[in-house]
Design a protein around this ligand. Structure first.
Ligand code: ZN
Ligand code: ZN
Length: 363
């Protein structure tokens, strides 16, 4: 099963071989990939966490003799995938390709829909020192991915739009060996388990919950990737997986998506964030759990005291009522498509749910 990785070319101490001409590098908790072409050129897919540039340069020296890539491709623009982007794009003077719907988060126009701490963000909060303070702006290097699905710098690859985790999320696919770079459309370790992070257990999971703002689209995207029948999948978080195990677990994820991947409750569970090429248009109201956290985080409680707490309680009740009403309706993002698996329910656990009790350790 894993011997094919070992027999693949491996010329770097830091990077792990994925398939012929493809290497991955883990920066703290997120992967990026080096993809070579038969003509000796190469591209970088994603750019790791902030501070990853020296490690990336070292691998570039080992694998490509320090030669700069033809381009940098982005699966999406979350902070943990673009940490070294600006520094490297400037140094290499290469274009950065992304999907049109991802542009506003890369040219400084918009922030992403707010993350949802109510689905468990302990680990993410812990890693907050890595967060950028404002949206990144790499507009001078930005280019749109070609509309025909071709991938600049990689003639035998194509890109696939896989929205849901973010609106402009894409995956990259090499037909010849059915190799898939899936970004965060799905991941290959349990993002919610610290043990899984430590043991590096390979297992197919849905996109990281904390940052996923459209679960209906995320579901369809995993289905789209399953239909590609990938032979190997290398993702943003976790080690590569391949063969029958990969396909079996992908099929299970698609079938049971609403019960295993979508959180039981949370801001985006019943209503997605809406975004276009200009940025975020609307987001559903924060759920019950997030209101006290937001207030605590901004210190408003200390300033406004009792009145605000009372307001938060009232709007919490309003939110709960609205959420229950929403749950009774057909979910807008289902697009009238019959859902597979168990549809989510909200009402049962809302009252007793304690955000502090979550054991979520994503990233
Ligand atoms: Zn992400
Ligand atoms: Zn990620």
């Amino acid at each position: 099963m894993e011997t094919s990785y070992r027999t693949a070319p491996h010329a770097s101490k830091e990077a792990f071989a994925v398939a012929p001409g493809v290497w991955g590098l883990k920066t703290v908790f997120v992967n990026l990939y080096f993809v070579a072409s038969p003509d000796g050129s190469w591209v970088l897919v994603d750019a790791g966490v902030y501070g990853a540039a020296p490690k990336i340069r070292k691998v570039v020296d080992e694998l490509f003799g320090g030669k700069r890539p033809k381009a940098i491709l982005l699966t999406h623009g979350h902070f943990d995938h673009i940490g070294a982007l600006k520094e490297l794009a400037r140094e290499w003077e290469v274009p950065v390709y992304a999907h049109p719907l991802e542009m506003p988060y890369l040219n400084g126009k918009s922030s992403y829909p707010p993350p949802d701490p109510s689905v468990g963000g302990g680990g993410m909060a812990y890693m907050s020192f890595l967060y950028p303070k404002k949206p990144i702006d790499v507009s001078e290097y930005l280019e749109l991915l070609p509309t025909d699905g071709s991938v600049p710098g990689l003639p035998d690859w194509r890109w696939v739009h896989t929205p849901g985790h973010t609106a402009g999320h894409v995956s990259f696919f090499r037909e010849s060996d059915r190799l898939l770079l899936a970004g965060d459309a799905f991941i290959t370790r349990d993002g919610e388990s610290m043990l899984a992070v430590m043991t590096q257990k390979r297992e197919v999971h849905g996109p990281p919950k904390y940052y996923t703002s459209d679960w209906g689209s995320a579901h369809r995207s995993v289905e789209k990737l399953m239909e590609l029948n990938p032979g190997i999948a290398a993702t943003g978080h976790g080690l590569p997986m391949e063969g029958g195990l990969l396909m079996r677990q992908l099929e299970e994820l698609v079938k049971d998506f609403w019960s295993v991947a979508v959180p039981g409750q949370g801001r985006y569970v019943h209503e997605p964030a809406i975004a276009d090429e200009q940025g975020v248009l609307s987001v559903p109201p924060a759920t019950d759990n997030t209101i006290p956290k937001v207030i605590a985080a901004t210190g408003i409680v200390a300033l406004a005291g009792v009145a605000l707490v009372a307001y938060a309680r009232r709007s919490g009740q309003d939110n709960r009522r609205k959420q229950q009403e929403r749950a009774m309706r057909v979910r807008p993002f289902s697009h009238n498509r019959p859902l597979q698996g168990i549809p989510p329910t909200v009402a049962a656990t809302l009252d007793e749910d304690d955000p502090q009790a979550h054991t979520n350790n994503y990233p």
